[in-house]
Design a binder for this molecule. Structure first.
Ligand SMILES: Nc1ncnc2c1ncn2[C@@H]1O[C@H](COP(=O)(O)OP(=O)(O)OP(=O)(O)O)[C@@H](O)[C@H]1O
Ligand SMILES: [Mg+2]
Length: 300
């Protein structure tokens, strides 16, 4: 005589929760910065991209709200490269990149700001708030928390982070709220800049003395051989990563991510992670299992 299936099911669920307990206890109260890449959001391979996008977003929102509910304090930073590119195409503008950074004239800055603050940020906030009044969307201009400066005159209104004042973020997470950050910053004169979201995530993780910095992107991790998906490193060190950048194995959009990881782990952040945001529950797998997915970067 077996146990009724419903009981079996509940027992299995309880076992999973118990397995997660040490991880929940380890990270409870700690701040974690999760960068949600525009590419992870835009699961373009699907036949119905809009539906795939909202499902991926809903799944991401579940994970973040669950983390927050068990006492971890997530801060979400998002990108939006593909979404900016799509609106530029609709408006007949051709995107231009240098070293993985978007060349940004005044019109492109307007487009980037509208897409990041007005669309992508709102979509993420809305997906999180399906679970209750938990998320607050903001850009670096709010509370002037990101001070920016021009990075390189050849790139136009592309900003670097000059300083981060984490006060407003602490206030939000202390209230149990989840800040969702669009990476526009302004200089002291009020000029706005589009800042690479990876760069902001790294600087923010450092400023908040976060436990972890997690990048959700569209590859399964950092590859030791540029075009070989089987060469993903499960663990690496800052020194090894610097070598991969010098050898040109890390390029394009992975460069600012690697730089941000280096900065974070050389600061007070315990570990940084690059994982595939398109796999379901990527964030939870990282937090609640021993061998998380993707690449983990840690000082040797
Ligand atoms: N060594 C490497 N290993 C893995 N990916 C690499 C490597 N070098 C370069 N890449 C590229 O980096 C890309 C990820 O960066 P990308 O900027 O495109 O995405 P994202 O940062 O997640 O999204 P967004 O910029 O919109 O926020 C991968 O799709 C891959 O093509
Ligand atoms: Mg990128």
């Amino acid at each position: 005589m077996g146990t009724p299936p419903a009981y079996d099911d509940a027992e299995a669920k309880a076992a999973i929760l118990i397995e997660a307990l040490p991880f929940i206890r380890r990270f409870a109260g700690r701040i974690v910065v999760v960068k949600y890449g525009g590419n992870a959001l835009a699961s373009s391979s699907d036949t119905d991209p809009e539906k795939a996008e909202s499902e991926a977003l809903a799944s991401f929102a579940n994970d973040i709200v669950l983390m927050s509910s068990v006492g971890i304090r997530p801060v979400v930073v998002h990108g939006g490269g593909p979404q900016i590119g799509a609106l530029m195409a609709r408006l007949g503008k051709t995107p231009e990149f240098r070293d993985g950074l978007r060349v940004t004239d005044a019109e492109t800055l307007d487009i980037a700001r509208m897409v990041l603050v007005g669309k992508v940020n709102r979509d993420i906030v809305a997906a999180l708030n399906v679970h209750g009044p938990v998320a607050v969307g903001m850009s670096g201009e709010d509370g002037a928390f990101i001070t920016a400066a021009e990075r390189d005159p050849r790139l136009g209104f592309v900003g670097d982070v000059v300083s981060i004042d984490p006060t407003i973020i602490y206030r939000l997470v202390d209230e149990g709220l989840i800040p969702v950050v669009a990476t526009i910053g302004a200089d002291r004169a009020g000029q706005s800049y589009n800042i690479n979201a990876d760069t902001v995530a790294g600087a923010l993780a450092e400023a908040l003395e976060a436990e972890k910095l997690v990048f959700l992107t569209d590859v399964t991790g950092i590859r030791a051989v540029r075009d070989d998906p089987d060469s993903v490193l499960s663990r690496t060190t800052p020194a090894e990563l610097e070598q991969l950048v010098a050898d040109g194995v890390v390029d394009g959009g992975m460069i600012p991510k690697v730089e941000a990881c280096l900065r974070a782990v050389r600061g007070s952040v315990t570990s940084a992670h690059v994982l595939d945001g398109r796999i379901p529950h990527a964030v939870l797998l990282e937090f609640l299992t021993e061998a998380g997915p993707g690449t983990m970067i840690e000082e040797a």
